[in-house]
Design a protein around this ligand. Structure first.
Ligand code: ACO
Length: 429
């Protein structure tokens, strides 16, 4: 018998089937041949929330959740965080290899020179209420970019696609910073092409009366490393949204906006905002035991803990914990750090969390750093969306080049009423 096959016996019919196993997976479509008769549609795989279904082959990011491993294109995240820059990592995600000097120069030039947005963007930004959530402003304005580049809807040329990629990676920080400045009632700051990607973001966010903004190198590097850590994470909720929405052939501005919407949810990119709210509501280390009791009773969730894939320490959380010390040396220590450290210590010894393999994820400490740098919590998902734009687009590009991919369209198991006759209004009970 061939080794890489699965033999299935359908006990309803007694029929046997052999399906290939490739890369540790069977194809759900191979199940379709398993039928009880000609009227039978064929066996479906039922997998709500994609708990055990691979939706794609991908060569971009590798995660081993049990071992706590994360690689981009084969490079361990720890080495990238230590030795690389966000723009270099973004290039790596798209091209599969680290750039040489010329390629990096060209890539950096392109992204630096697409940071400006049409002046009309300021007009619709101004239409938002001052207390509008900056993530909603970012989502709406990214979607609105498609109105400025209508050819992105129809042009499928790879060179043209690359132009949209430059534009999106370049303009999302500008839109993010405009959203932030709008919420403070401050004038928008235009991009400064002399600065790095992270340095320019700090400039657009925090520049006041100085003629030339000079970013604090410690904060600039911290932001850059956080961006590396958040750049991609294989088939997570928002990336799945990007691929699914993008599979319809829509332009990348609309697809990135859809992905950002998914990221906005409190179980995904909204978690670091939720962590800070949680730490504040705990108040002090004395409040931790009562909070843990509530979590175990099912009345609360320990935000920033647990992950669909990591059943070990999230490697990004380890790196972030290290950056936190460097940032707090440049700013002031965040008083919530003590509560977070104690909460982590207690949770990691508690049977409830140990048996469920719940460890800190990337969001447990990132919010503390962002807050120390001076960001309000509403900006946290925005700061996540900026680097993840590179990952979304790399995944989108891979999807478009994958001959196996079509418009994403899951099946369902219908559980509603059987056919019945319409009841006219006057005769309904
Ligand atoms: N606090 C308390 N209990 C938890 C937590 C948590 N943070 N996370 C999971 N559990 C429990 C569940 O209640 C469940 O317990 P049960 O078996 O007694 O029912 C068990 O652990 C398994 O959890 P699931 O919900 O099945 O895990 P799932 O993979 O569906 O969820 C998720 C993963 C959404 C990340 C979840 O752990 C969670 O809600 N965490 C808090 C939010 C968070 O930090 N999100 C950020 C994720 S990282 C990112 O998106 C960037």
């Amino acid at each position: 018998m061939a080794e890489n096959t699965l033999t299935i016996t359908d006990n309803r019919t007694g029929s046997g089937y052999t399906v290939p196993i490739v890369d540790g997976a069977v194809r759900a479509m191979d199940l379709r041949q398993i039928r009880t008769g000609p009227e039978d549609f064929g066996l479906l795989a039922y997998d709500p929330a994609f708990m055990n279904t691979a939706s794609t082959r991908s060569a971009i990011t590798f995660i081993d959740g049990d071992k706590g491993i994360l690689w981009y294109r084969g490079y361990p995240i720890e080495q990238l965080a230590e030795q690389s820059t966000f723009l270099e990592v973004a290039y790596l995600l798209f091209h599969g290899e680290l750039p040489g000097a010329r390629a990096l120069e060209e890539w950096t030039w392109q992204i630096t020179h697409h940071t400006w947005v049409h002046e009309n963007v300021k007009k619709f930004m101004d239409g938002f209420h001052p207390d509008a959530h900056p993530m909603s402003m970012l989502i709406s304005s990214v979607a609105a970019l498609s109105t400025f580049y209508p050819d992105a809807r129809v042009n499928r040329d790879p060179g043209h696609r690359e132009l949209q990629i430059y534009r999106l990676i370049a303009k999302v920080p500008t839109l993010a910073a405009f959203a932030y400045r709008h919420s403070l009632g401050r004038p928008y700051v235009y991009p400064d092409n002399d600065l790095t990607y992270a340095g320019n973001l700090l400039n657009m966010l925090f520049k006041m009366t100085e003629l030339k903004y000079k970013p604090d190198p410690a904060l600039e590097r911290a932001i850059d490393v956080l961006f590396i850590l958040h750049a991609d994470h294989e088939q997570n909720c928002s990336t799945n949204a990007m691929r699914s929405v993008g599979s319809s052939g829509v332009d990348p501005y609309s697809a990135v906006a859809a992905a950002a919407v998914a990221l906005y949810g409190p179980l995904h990119g909204g978690a670091n905002e939720a962590v800070l709210r949680m730490l504040r509501s705990i108040g002090s280390s004395a409040g931790i035991p009562e909070f843990i009791r509530q979590v175990k009773a099912g009345d609360a969730k320990l935000m920033g803990f647990g992950h669909r894939v990591y059943k070990n320490y999230d490697p990004r959380a380890r790196i972030i914990k290290r950056i936190a010390d460097e940032v707090f040396a440049a700013t002031r220590p965040n008083p919530l750090l003590g509560i977070a450290l104690e909460l982590e210590r207690i949770a990691l010894q508690d049977d409830y969390f140990v048996t469920r393999k719940l460890y800190p994820n990337v969001d447990f400490y990132s919010g503390l750093i962002y807050e120390a740098i001076g960001f309000p919590v509403e900006m946290f998902p925005v700061l996540f969306a900026i680097p993840r734009t590179a990952g979304w687009l790399a995944q989108w590009q891979e999807m478009l080049g994958d001959p196996e991919q079509k418009i994403a369209r899951p099946r369902q198991i219908y559980t509603g009423a059987a056919r019945r006759e319409f009841v006219p209004f006057g005769r309904r009970p």
